[in-house]
Design a protein around this ligand. Structure first.
Ligand code: DHE
Length: 520
């Protein structure tokens, strides 16, 4: 009897211990439904609040999830729950939000179209409703409270400040005339904004978890790279309607997330970096039989999906690559792709015309090729890229593919910028203890000539130039941050614009003309 009792106590204790995490998870799931579902949706995929899934949350910097649940988010509608939930409940809820969804709901044309909202009070205008140079507008993304400031590039006045979807990532993309801009959030929302009218045109949710967007050279199509589901969504830029949702499956049938989509204007195509298969995809929007993927010469490893190219508006060419390439850089003519190996040991060059590797690159330290920029140097063209794993900027000759210099910096960097009128490259050291510094590199000597430290202790990162290259705008990447306007020659601060955790800045002219010192 005694033995039985002690056995049953031990068994009960063991069973309780085993069941505790399950109980906590069950309670957390119930707490989610009670406190979060109204704004973030029962399936955690977001409603007026953002999606609460690991794919989105894992990427978010800033306060930890539990802190946000407890204290809320200032300047958003997210309240704090410290009076409703205990610390244990909050911790369990935070853990619950990090668990993947059991089932990913379908997100195809019907669901995407159902999410589309076009603003009823929007009316197009023929000319800007403001007096400044429309080609010198710069957008500053403020991730602190999910807004964008529209800056006059001559006076640096804020012409408008509008709300964006939650957690904008990657560069907004302008139509070729610079009139409209498209903005994407990690939750897959795409926002269309009319810069001339200073008004939102509409929004649509093109994916459940998305990476970035690319604008076709003719301004008609916007491609959205998605992680969830494994698709590429192509939208009409006109009315945000769906032109195609393409399931991304490698040649051997393996589904893949799309790491990023880029436009290759001289080829009338989008180029896709894939996360889960060693392939690059080229998606054509061309109607010209001599253009891009239709041109002769790509006899290896390619195929056009569908029986003939006439059957689909967006035929796809799949190029097998020797390694997984999910971060890459194009030369100015969009003939070559430079890719870094995922192990971070070296890199390679793919000739996009023949679809083959044509060179190896000596590129250790996980270079962030997507941030690379190019300029003329001696009698060649060089490309410079920061490393994510060490304090180095590599400079590569784009004719010989040799590394001509490794510049030692004060830490791993993320973004680089220049302008063709500027003798300098600006390189941040976003990761590591010296993130309050910004290096100025001489484009001729390839030496660091100055290191700025505008606000000791505050992160500075990401630079954008004005149209004429006379000024450089630098983000003080803090919640109560600012955009610093530097005279690009004297390297003195001439204006300070208070902003909420400003991240990327994007000048219309530099973007639509593919200025070599900026990202594309
Ligand atoms: Fe980015 C651009 C990928 C983390 C801010 N980032 C890009 C692009 C890619 C990319 C492929 C180019 C797309 C474009 O502009 O169309 N980013 C990745 C990652 O894989 C990585 C390392 C991990 C991830 O979370 O996805 C990553 N990125 C970040 C951040 O943590 C940053 C600093 C803060 C944030 O907002 O998430 C960040 N990424 C940016 C910015 C750009 C960007 C501001 C646009 C740079 C530009 O000047 O064009």
């Amino acid at each position: 009897m005694t033995r039985n009792t002690s056995f049953s106590k031990a068994a009960l204790l063991a069973a309780t211990l085993t069941a505790l995490p399950l109980l906590a998870a069950a309670d957390a799931a119930q707490d989610y439904q009670d406190y979060c579902a109204e704004c973030h949706a029962e399936n955690r995929l977001g409603a007026q609040g953002p999606a609460l899934i690991p794919e989105t949350l894992a990427r978010m910097r800033g306060p930890k999830i539990a802190e946000v649940i407890r204290d809320g988010r200032v300047t958003t509608q997210m309240p704090g729950y410290s009076e409703d939930l205990t610390d244990e409940q909050i911790a369990a809820l935070a853990e619950y939000l990090k668990t993947p969804l059991d089932v990913i709901p379908p997100w195809n044309e019907a669901e995407i179209m159902a999410s589309r909202v076009m603003d009823e009070d929007y009316a197009p205008v023929d000319a800007p409703v403001w007096p400044s140079d429309p080609m010198n507008i710069t957008l500053a993304v403020e991730t602190g409270d999910h807004h964008i400031s529209v800056l006059d590039g001559d006076t640096f006045e804020v012409l408008d400040r509008f709300e964006t979807p939650f957690a904008v990532h990657g560069g907004p993309k302008f139509t070729p005339d610079g009139k409209f801009v498209f903005i994407m959030s990690r939750d897959g929302w795409v926002q269309k904004y009319d810069i001339y009218a200073l008004k939102q045109v509409g929004r649509v949710r093109a994916g459940l978890n998305s990476r970035n967007i690319a604008m076709s050279g003719d301004g008609k199509w916007l491609a959205v790279a998605n992680y969830l589901p494994n698709t590429l969504t192509i939208l009409s830029t006109d009315d945000l309607s769906v032109a195609e949702v393409h399931e991304v499956v490698g040649k051997d049938g393996t589904p893949s997330r799309v790491s990023a989509v880029y436009q290759a204007p001289p080829r009338d195509s989008f180029v896709l970096a894939l996360k889960d298969v060693p392939e690059i995809w080229e998606v054509s929007y061309s109607k010209n039989p001599d253009m891009g993927i239709y041109a002769a010469g790509f006899t290896h490893d390619w195929r056009i999906e569908g029986p003939t190219k006439q059957d689909t508006d967006f035929p796809i060419r799949k190029i097998t690559t020797p390694d997984f390439l999910d971060d890459f850089f194009f030369d100015q003519k969009y003939e070559h792709i430079m890719g870094a190996s995922r192990k971070g040991e070296d890199g390679l060059v793919i000739d996009l015309v023949i679809g083959q590797k044509v060179a190896d690159l000596d590129l250790p330290g996980m270079p962030h090729l997507g941030s690379g920029i190019t300029w003329d140097w001696k009698d060649t063209k060089v490309m410079a890229t920061p490393h994510l794993k060490d304090g180095t900027v590599s400079v590569i000759d784009m004719n010989t593919w040799e590394t001509v210099k490794r510049i030692t910096t004060e830490g791993p960097g993320f973004f680089m910028r220049s302008h063709k009128t500027s003798p300098y490259v600006w390189a941040d050291v976003f990761f590591g203890p010296n993130r309050d510094k910004m290096h100025i590199i001489d484009k001729e000597t390839l030496e660091i000539v100055k290191t700025l430290q505008p606000v000791p202790g505050a992160t500075v990162a990401h630079v954008e130039f004005t149209k004429d290259g006379s000024h450089a705008l630098v983000s003080v990447w803090e919640d109560e941050g600012e955009v610093l306007v530097y005279d690009a020659k004297t390297l003195e601060i001439v204006k300070r614009l208070p902003m909420r955790k400003p991240s990327g800045k994007y000048n219309v002219w530099n973007k639509i003309t593919f200025e070599e010192g900026t990202s594309h």
